[in-house]
Design a protein around this ligand. Sequence first.
Ligand SMILES: C[S@@+](CC[C@H](N)C(=O)[O-])C[C@H]1O[C@@H](n2cnc3c(N)ncnc32)[C@H](O)[C@@H]1O
Length: 206
Amino acid sequence: MEKKSEGKDYRDPVKTDRSAARQHHHRGKSSEDHLDKNRILETLKLKPGQTVLDAGCGNGYMSFEFARQIGSAGRVFALDPDDRAIAGLRKRTGDIPVTPLVGDITTNTGLPAAAFDLIYLANVVHGFSAQQLQGFQVEVRRLLAPAGRLAIVELVKRPTPVGPPVELRFSPEDLVRILGLPWRATVEAGPWCYLLILGGVEAGLA
Ligand SMILES: C[S@@+](CC[C@H](N)C(=O)[O-])C[C@H]1O[C@@H](n2cnc3c(N)ncnc32)[C@H](O)[C@@H]1O
């Protein structure tokens, strides 16, 4: 008789017990050293005047990069539940078009509906529980402009020198299936990370 596993199915990261996921948020920790920022920026091709949400912004290093690209006519909302990270960011924004906010992207953030050209999350989604993943889908759909894009950077789903347990990770295919938004592009974003872009259909953007 075939031996049954103990209810764990590592092929499906939603069916996997995700109760350990929330310990992998790494409050305030930055993944900057592991990411190819330039590759990410080149791929995203932001335009002056656009509105961006950097959800799970941590120390906000990408928020400032995005702000450089969208210029003073645009706005970057830098969101994180870590109030210390957001307090630190508030001290650094000055005239830069970055608005730091304490908030949770898996619930209603109170941000305006259909307002975002880009929602970006780097090394955040693997920390979500199954319930948070559902809330995330609802909030992302509410916030994205009709041609808006969702960009997710995550660790590849195989052992790497850094990163969360492999069973908590999502492959790009997992995320496409779970989030149900149109796939636009998958590119390498560092030695162990990928960038996945979803949505953006109306604008025909990748
Ligand atoms: C590994 S850090 C990555 C920070 C940053 N994105 C980077 O690439 O350096 C994960 C961040 O996600 C934030 N986070 C965790 N849960 C979140 C949620 N539900 N909504 C928004 N941010 C969240 C954590 O506080 C933490 O700052």
